[in-house]
Design a protein around this ligand. Structure first.
Ligand SMILES: *Cc1c(COP(=O)(O)O)cnc(C)c1O
Length: 385
Protein backbone atom coordinates (compact mmCIF):
# COMPACT_ATOMS: atom_id res chain seq x y z
CA UNK A 1 0.00 0.00 0.00
CA UNK A 2 2.84 2.43 0.82
CA UNK A 3 5.79 3.07 -1.52
CA UNK A 4 8.16 1.78 1.17
CA UNK A 5 11.18 1.47 -1.14
CA UNK A 6 10.80 5.17 -2.00
CA UNK A 7 10.35 6.03 1.67
CA UNK A 8 13.71 4.40 2.50
CA UNK A 9 15.54 7.00 0.41
CA UNK A 10 13.99 9.98 2.22
CA UNK A 11 15.02 11.94 5.27
CA UNK A 12 12.58 11.26 8.12
CA UNK A 13 10.27 12.34 9.61
CA UNK A 14 7.98 13.39 6.76
CA UNK A 15 4.32 13.41 5.81
CA UNK A 16 3.11 11.29 2.94
CA UNK A 17 -0.21 12.14 1.26
CA UNK A 18 -2.02 9.52 -0.80
CA UNK A 19 -3.54 11.75 -3.45
CA UNK A 20 -5.46 8.86 -5.03
CA UNK A 21 -7.36 8.45 -1.78
CA UNK A 22 -7.86 12.21 -1.55
CA UNK A 23 -9.39 12.25 -5.03
CA UNK A 24 -11.64 9.27 -4.25
CA UNK A 25 -12.79 11.02 -1.08
CA UNK A 26 -13.67 14.18 -3.00
CA UNK A 27 -15.47 12.12 -5.62
CA UNK A 28 -17.51 10.41 -2.90
CA UNK A 29 -18.55 13.83 -1.56
CA UNK A 30 -19.59 14.94 -5.02
CA UNK A 31 -21.71 11.83 -5.46
CA UNK A 32 -23.54 12.49 -2.20
CA UNK A 33 -24.31 16.19 -2.63
CA UNK A 34 -26.87 18.02 -4.75
CA UNK A 35 -26.64 21.34 -6.53
CA UNK A 36 -27.83 23.38 -3.56
CA UNK A 37 -25.14 21.87 -1.30
CA UNK A 38 -21.74 23.58 -1.27
CA UNK A 39 -18.72 22.08 0.46
CA UNK A 40 -15.94 24.38 1.64
CA UNK A 41 -12.75 22.61 2.67
CA UNK A 42 -11.59 23.73 6.15
CA UNK A 43 -8.06 24.84 5.33
CA UNK A 44 -6.93 24.66 8.94
CA UNK A 45 -6.96 20.84 8.82
CA UNK A 46 -4.09 20.77 6.33
CA UNK A 47 -2.73 23.66 4.28
CA UNK A 48 -0.09 21.73 2.36
CA UNK A 49 -0.08 23.62 -0.98
CA UNK A 50 -0.28 20.44 -3.09
CA UNK A 51 -3.29 19.22 -1.14
CA UNK A 52 -4.99 22.62 -1.33
CA UNK A 53 -4.51 22.86 -5.07
CA UNK A 54 -6.01 19.40 -5.69
CA UNK A 55 -9.08 20.30 -3.61
CA UNK A 56 -9.40 23.63 -5.42
CA UNK A 57 -9.04 21.98 -8.84
CA UNK A 58 -11.82 19.56 -7.96
CA UNK A 59 -14.16 22.53 -7.57
CA UNK A 60 -14.56 22.82 -3.80
CA UNK A 61 -14.66 26.04 -1.82
CA UNK A 62 -12.49 26.97 1.17
CA UNK A 63 -13.29 27.69 4.80
CA UNK A 64 -10.65 29.93 6.37
CA UNK A 65 -10.01 31.05 9.94
CA UNK A 66 -7.23 33.60 9.35
CA UNK A 67 -5.83 36.01 6.79
CA UNK A 68 -2.96 33.64 6.20
CA UNK A 69 -5.41 30.90 5.28
CA UNK A 70 -7.26 33.25 2.90
CA UNK A 71 -3.92 33.95 1.19
CA UNK A 72 -3.05 30.26 1.03
CA UNK A 73 -6.48 29.43 -0.39
CA UNK A 74 -6.28 32.14 -3.07
CA UNK A 75 -2.75 31.04 -3.98
CA UNK A 76 -3.91 27.44 -4.33
CA UNK A 77 -6.57 28.54 -6.78
CA UNK A 78 -9.76 28.64 -4.71
CA UNK A 79 -11.99 31.33 -6.21
CA UNK A 80 -12.70 34.18 -3.78
CA UNK A 81 -16.45 33.73 -4.21
CA UNK A 82 -16.16 30.24 -2.66
CA UNK A 83 -14.21 31.36 0.42
CA UNK A 84 -15.87 31.74 3.81
CA UNK A 85 -14.03 33.25 6.75
CA UNK A 86 -14.78 32.54 10.44
CA UNK A 87 -12.95 33.33 13.67
CA UNK A 88 -13.65 35.17 16.94
CA UNK A 89 -10.65 37.45 16.58
CA UNK A 90 -10.34 38.84 13.08
CA UNK A 91 -7.65 41.55 12.83
CA UNK A 92 -8.26 44.66 10.73
CA UNK A 93 -5.74 43.58 8.06
CA UNK A 94 -7.46 40.20 7.82
CA UNK A 95 -10.85 41.81 7.31
CA UNK A 96 -9.35 44.17 4.71
CA UNK A 97 -7.80 41.22 2.90
CA UNK A 98 -11.18 39.47 2.76
CA UNK A 99 -12.86 42.66 1.53
CA UNK A 100 -10.27 43.23 -1.17
CA UNK A 101 -10.41 39.64 -2.36
CA UNK A 102 -14.22 39.75 -2.37
CA UNK A 103 -14.80 36.57 -0.37
CA UNK A 104 -18.20 34.87 -0.29
CA UNK A 105 -18.88 35.58 3.39
CA UNK A 106 -17.46 36.69 6.69
CA UNK A 107 -18.88 34.45 9.40
CA UNK A 108 -19.34 37.10 12.09
CA UNK A 109 -19.02 36.07 15.73
CA UNK A 110 -19.91 39.25 17.71
CA UNK A 111 -21.46 42.73 17.54
CA UNK A 112 -18.12 44.56 17.91
CA UNK A 113 -16.76 42.53 14.99
CA UNK A 114 -19.84 43.35 12.90
CA UNK A 115 -19.28 47.07 13.58
CA UNK A 116 -15.63 46.92 12.54
CA UNK A 117 -16.39 45.00 9.35
CA UNK A 118 -19.03 47.61 8.50
CA UNK A 119 -16.57 50.47 9.16
CA UNK A 120 -13.73 48.95 7.16
CA UNK A 121 -16.05 48.09 4.27
CA UNK A 122 -17.42 51.65 4.15
CA UNK A 123 -13.86 53.05 4.09
CA UNK A 124 -13.18 50.92 1.04
CA UNK A 125 -16.51 51.69 -0.58
CA UNK A 126 -17.43 48.00 -0.42
CA UNK A 127 -20.21 45.90 0.99
CA UNK A 128 -19.13 42.89 3.06
CA UNK A 129 -21.27 39.79 2.73
CA UNK A 130 -21.82 38.52 6.25
CA UNK A 131 -23.30 35.44 7.86
CA UNK A 132 -23.92 35.36 11.58
CA UNK A 133 -22.24 32.52 13.44
CA UNK A 134 -24.82 31.44 15.97
CA UNK A 135 -23.83 29.33 18.96
CA UNK A 136 -26.58 26.68 18.84
CA UNK A 137 -25.85 25.32 22.31
CA UNK A 138 -25.76 21.80 20.88
CA UNK A 139 -23.24 19.40 22.39
CA UNK A 140 -21.26 16.85 20.45
CA UNK A 141 -20.04 13.49 21.66
CA UNK A 142 -16.38 14.22 21.15
CA UNK A 143 -13.31 15.32 23.11
CA UNK A 144 -14.10 18.31 25.39
CA UNK A 145 -11.34 20.37 23.77
CA UNK A 146 -12.96 20.10 20.36
CA UNK A 147 -16.59 20.98 21.09
CA UNK A 148 -17.43 24.47 19.87
CA UNK A 149 -21.22 24.72 19.92
CA UNK A 150 -21.93 25.01 23.64
CA UNK A 151 -22.77 28.26 25.43
CA UNK A 152 -19.55 27.86 27.46
CA UNK A 153 -17.40 27.87 24.29
CA UNK A 154 -15.99 31.15 23.00
CA UNK A 155 -17.43 30.77 19.51
CA UNK A 156 -20.41 32.44 17.92
CA UNK A 157 -23.29 34.69 18.95
CA UNK A 158 -25.78 33.73 21.62
CA UNK A 159 -29.06 32.50 20.10
CA UNK A 160 -31.12 35.03 21.99
CA UNK A 161 -29.24 37.92 20.36
CA UNK A 162 -29.87 36.69 16.82
CA UNK A 163 -32.84 38.89 15.84
CA UNK A 164 -31.26 41.98 17.37
CA UNK A 165 -28.01 41.53 15.43
CA UNK A 166 -29.81 40.78 12.17
CA UNK A 167 -31.71 44.05 12.52
CA UNK A 168 -28.48 45.91 13.39
CA UNK A 169 -26.81 44.44 10.32
CA UNK A 170 -29.71 45.35 8.06
CA UNK A 171 -29.26 49.01 9.02
CA UNK A 172 -25.55 49.03 8.22
CA UNK A 173 -24.59 50.26 4.76
CA UNK A 174 -21.28 48.38 4.67
CA UNK A 175 -22.64 44.89 5.19
CA UNK A 176 -25.13 42.60 3.53
CA UNK A 177 -26.67 39.87 5.69
CA UNK A 178 -26.64 36.64 3.68
CA UNK A 179 -27.20 33.84 6.15
CA UNK A 180 -26.59 31.89 9.31
CA UNK A 181 -23.53 29.85 10.24
CA UNK A 182 -23.05 27.07 12.80
CA UNK A 183 -20.28 24.67 13.80
CA UNK A 184 -20.61 22.29 16.74
CA UNK A 185 -17.22 20.62 16.98
CA UNK A 186 -14.88 18.08 15.46
CA UNK A 187 -14.36 14.31 15.13
CA UNK A 188 -18.11 13.73 15.45
CA UNK A 189 -19.22 10.19 14.58
CA UNK A 190 -22.75 10.26 16.00
CA UNK A 191 -25.11 11.37 13.24
CA UNK A 192 -27.57 12.28 16.04
CA UNK A 193 -25.36 15.22 16.94
CA UNK A 194 -25.74 16.64 13.43
CA UNK A 195 -29.49 15.86 13.54
CA UNK A 196 -29.72 17.85 16.79
CA UNK A 197 -28.05 20.79 15.08
CA UNK A 198 -30.47 20.50 12.14
CA UNK A 199 -33.45 20.54 14.53
CA UNK A 200 -32.07 23.56 16.34
CA UNK A 201 -31.69 25.39 13.02
CA UNK A 202 -35.33 24.52 12.21
CA UNK A 203 -36.42 26.13 15.48
CA UNK A 204 -34.35 29.21 14.82
CA UNK A 205 -35.71 29.60 11.29
CA UNK A 206 -39.27 29.37 12.60
CA UNK A 207 -38.49 31.93 15.24
CA UNK A 208 -37.03 34.30 12.65
CA UNK A 209 -40.02 33.91 10.37
CA UNK A 210 -42.35 34.57 13.27
CA UNK A 211 -40.55 37.85 13.84
CA UNK A 212 -40.83 38.77 10.18
CA UNK A 213 -37.32 37.86 9.04
CA UNK A 214 -37.59 35.82 5.85
CA UNK A 215 -35.35 35.18 2.89
CA UNK A 216 -32.28 33.81 4.59
CA UNK A 217 -30.33 32.77 1.53
CA UNK A 218 -27.66 30.59 3.11
CA UNK A 219 -27.47 28.09 5.91
CA UNK A 220 -23.96 26.95 6.79
CA UNK A 221 -23.84 23.93 9.12
CA UNK A 222 -20.05 23.90 9.51
CA UNK A 223 -18.06 20.68 9.59
CA UNK A 224 -16.99 18.18 12.18
CA UNK A 225 -17.55 14.81 10.55
CA UNK A 226 -15.06 12.36 12.07
CA UNK A 227 -12.90 9.59 10.66
CA UNK A 228 -12.07 6.05 11.78
CA UNK A 229 -8.72 6.36 13.54
CA UNK A 230 -8.93 2.76 14.79
CA UNK A 231 -9.28 1.08 11.40
CA UNK A 232 -8.09 3.34 8.62
CA UNK A 233 -7.83 0.46 6.14
CA UNK A 234 -11.43 -0.64 6.69
CA UNK A 235 -12.85 2.88 6.55
CA UNK A 236 -10.54 5.00 4.41
CA UNK A 237 -13.50 7.19 3.36
CA UNK A 238 -16.02 8.49 5.91
CA UNK A 239 -19.70 7.64 5.54
CA UNK A 240 -20.64 10.73 3.54
CA UNK A 241 -23.92 9.18 2.53
CA UNK A 242 -25.12 8.98 6.15
CA UNK A 243 -23.74 12.44 6.88
CA UNK A 244 -25.46 14.32 4.05
CA UNK A 245 -28.64 12.25 4.47
CA UNK A 246 -28.84 13.38 8.08
CA UNK A 247 -29.14 16.97 6.93
CA UNK A 248 -31.44 16.10 4.01
CA UNK A 249 -33.81 14.34 6.42
CA UNK A 250 -33.68 16.67 9.40
CA UNK A 251 -33.06 20.15 8.12
CA UNK A 252 -36.06 21.96 6.67
CA UNK A 253 -34.67 24.30 4.06
CA UNK A 254 -36.85 26.98 2.51
CA UNK A 255 -37.24 27.14 -1.28
CA UNK A 256 -34.04 28.32 -2.92
CA UNK A 257 -32.00 28.19 0.28
CA UNK A 258 -28.40 27.11 -0.23
CA UNK A 259 -26.76 24.72 2.22
CA UNK A 260 -23.05 25.04 3.02
CA UNK A 261 -20.68 22.63 4.73
CA UNK A 262 -17.17 23.13 6.06
CA UNK A 263 -15.44 19.77 6.19
CA UNK A 264 -11.79 19.47 7.14
CA UNK A 265 -10.80 16.25 8.85
CA UNK A 266 -13.20 14.09 6.83
CA UNK A 267 -11.57 15.24 3.58
CA UNK A 268 -7.86 14.97 4.39
CA UNK A 269 -7.56 12.90 7.57
CA UNK A 270 -7.09 9.46 6.07
CA UNK A 271 -4.92 10.43 3.13
CA UNK A 272 -2.00 11.61 5.30
CA UNK A 273 0.57 9.48 7.13
CA UNK A 274 3.53 10.54 9.22
CA UNK A 275 6.60 8.42 8.46
CA UNK A 276 9.39 8.16 11.04
CA UNK A 277 12.50 6.05 11.59
CA UNK A 278 13.27 4.08 14.71
CA UNK A 279 16.33 5.47 16.43
CA UNK A 280 16.66 3.21 19.45
CA UNK A 281 14.96 0.43 21.32
CA UNK A 282 15.47 0.85 25.04
CA UNK A 283 14.23 -1.58 27.68
CA UNK A 284 13.95 -1.54 31.44
CA UNK A 285 12.36 -4.13 33.72
CA UNK A 286 8.83 -2.80 33.06
CA UNK A 287 8.93 -1.19 29.61
CA UNK A 288 10.22 -1.37 26.07
CA UNK A 289 10.56 2.06 24.54
CA UNK A 290 10.56 2.42 20.80
CA UNK A 291 12.21 5.81 20.27
CA UNK A 292 11.49 7.32 16.87
CA UNK A 293 12.78 10.45 15.15
CA UNK A 294 9.31 12.05 14.96
CA UNK A 295 7.91 13.75 18.03
CA UNK A 296 5.06 15.90 19.27
CA UNK A 297 6.56 18.69 17.16
CA UNK A 298 5.58 16.71 14.05
CA UNK A 299 2.27 15.27 15.28
CA UNK A 300 0.89 16.83 18.44
CA UNK A 301 -2.55 15.19 18.57
CA UNK A 302 -1.60 12.35 20.96
CA UNK A 303 0.04 14.80 23.38
CA UNK A 304 -2.71 17.41 23.03
CA UNK A 305 -5.90 15.36 22.90
CA UNK A 306 -4.76 11.89 23.90
CA UNK A 307 -5.58 11.00 20.31
CA UNK A 308 -5.04 7.52 18.92
CA UNK A 309 -3.12 6.98 15.70
CA UNK A 310 -2.80 3.50 14.33
CA UNK A 311 0.92 2.70 14.14
CA UNK A 312 2.57 0.27 11.73
CA UNK A 313 6.10 -0.94 11.32
CA UNK A 314 6.53 -0.89 7.53
CA UNK A 315 9.84 -2.75 7.48
CA UNK A 316 9.52 -5.34 10.26
CA UNK A 317 11.18 -8.65 9.43
CA UNK A 318 8.47 -10.86 10.85
CA UNK A 319 4.81 -10.08 11.16
CA UNK A 320 4.30 -12.31 14.24
CA UNK A 321 6.78 -12.04 17.08
CA UNK A 322 4.82 -9.26 18.82
CA UNK A 323 6.43 -7.07 21.47
CA UNK A 324 4.77 -4.38 23.59
CA UNK A 325 6.26 -0.90 23.20
CA UNK A 326 5.75 2.64 24.35
CA UNK A 327 6.34 4.53 21.10
CA UNK A 328 7.94 7.86 22.01
CA UNK A 329 9.60 10.84 20.35
CA UNK A 330 12.85 12.68 21.06
CA UNK A 331 11.34 15.89 22.49
CA UNK A 332 12.18 16.91 26.05
CA UNK A 333 8.63 16.61 27.35
CA UNK A 334 7.11 13.66 29.19
CA UNK A 335 3.99 14.08 27.09
CA UNK A 336 5.98 13.34 23.93
CA UNK A 337 4.50 9.85 23.76
CA UNK A 338 2.55 8.58 20.75
CA UNK A 339 1.16 5.54 22.48
CA UNK A 340 1.75 3.30 25.49
CA UNK A 341 1.78 -0.50 25.68
CA UNK A 342 1.28 -0.98 21.97
CA UNK A 343 1.82 -4.39 20.36
CA UNK A 344 4.05 -4.28 17.28
CA UNK A 345 6.17 -6.84 15.49
CA UNK A 346 9.71 -7.01 16.86
CA UNK A 347 11.19 -3.65 15.92
CA UNK A 348 14.80 -2.64 15.26
CA UNK A 349 16.80 0.54 14.73
CA UNK A 350 16.24 1.86 11.23
CA UNK A 351 12.71 0.45 10.80
CA UNK A 352 10.18 2.77 9.18
CA UNK A 353 7.14 3.54 11.29
CA UNK A 354 3.85 4.84 9.88
CA UNK A 355 1.47 6.95 11.99
CA UNK A 356 -1.79 6.56 10.14
CA UNK A 357 -4.73 8.97 9.72
CA UNK A 358 -2.47 11.97 10.27
CA UNK A 359 -3.59 14.10 7.32
CA UNK A 360 -5.76 16.42 9.41
CA UNK A 361 -4.31 18.59 12.19
CA UNK A 362 -0.95 16.88 11.61
CA UNK A 363 1.58 18.70 9.45
CA UNK A 364 -0.22 21.99 9.93
CA UNK A 365 0.28 21.87 13.71
CA UNK A 366 4.01 21.09 13.46
CA UNK A 367 6.25 23.37 15.48
CA UNK A 368 9.91 24.20 15.76
CA UNK A 369 10.07 23.48 19.49
CA UNK A 370 13.55 22.22 20.48
CA UNK A 371 14.79 24.01 17.31
CA UNK A 372 13.49 21.16 15.18
CA UNK A 373 13.05 21.44 11.44
CA UNK A 374 9.49 21.21 10.16
CA UNK A 375 8.66 17.89 8.49
CA UNK A 376 8.50 17.76 4.68
CA UNK A 377 5.30 16.75 2.90
CA UNK A 378 5.34 14.43 -0.12
CA UNK A 379 2.48 13.26 -2.29
CA UNK A 380 1.96 10.14 -4.38
CA UNK A 381 2.92 12.18 -7.46
CA UNK A 382 6.15 13.48 -5.88
CA UNK A 383 7.37 9.95 -5.22
CA UNK A 384 6.55 8.70 -8.71
CA UNK A 385 8.49 11.51 -10.39
C1 LIG B 1 -12.34 23.63 12.36
C2 LIG B 1 -13.53 24.14 11.71
C3 LIG B 1 -14.15 23.38 10.72
C4 LIG B 1 -13.68 22.02 10.29
O1 LIG B 1 -13.76 21.06 11.29
P1 LIG B 1 -13.50 19.52 10.95
O2 LIG B 1 -13.76 18.83 12.22
O3 LIG B 1 -12.07 19.40 10.52
O4 LIG B 1 -14.44 19.14 9.86
C5 LIG B 1 -15.27 23.92 10.11
N1 LIG B 1 -15.74 25.14 10.44
C6 LIG B 1 -15.16 25.90 11.38
C7 LIG B 1 -15.73 27.23 11.69
C8 LIG B 1 -14.04 25.43 12.05
O5 LIG B 1 -13.48 26.19 13.00
Amino acid sequence: MFPTEEFKKLQTPFYYYDTNLLRQTLQEIRENTDGYMHVHYAVKACANPKILSIIAQEGFGADCVSGGEIRAALQAGFPANKIVYAGVGKSDWEIELGLEAGIFAFNVESIPELEIINELALLKGKKARIALRINPNVGAHTHANITTGLAENKFGIDMQDMEHIISLASEMKGVEFIGLHFHIGSQILEMDDFAALARRINELQERLEASGIHAIENINVGGGLGIDYQEPDHNPIPDFHAYFETYRKNLRLRPGQQLHFELGRAIVGQCGTLIARVLYIKSNPIKNFCIVDAGMTDLIRPALYDAYHHIENLTAESSHDYVTYDVVGPICESSDVFIKNYGMPHTRRGDLIAFRSAGAYGEIMASGYNCRTLPQGYTTEDLKA
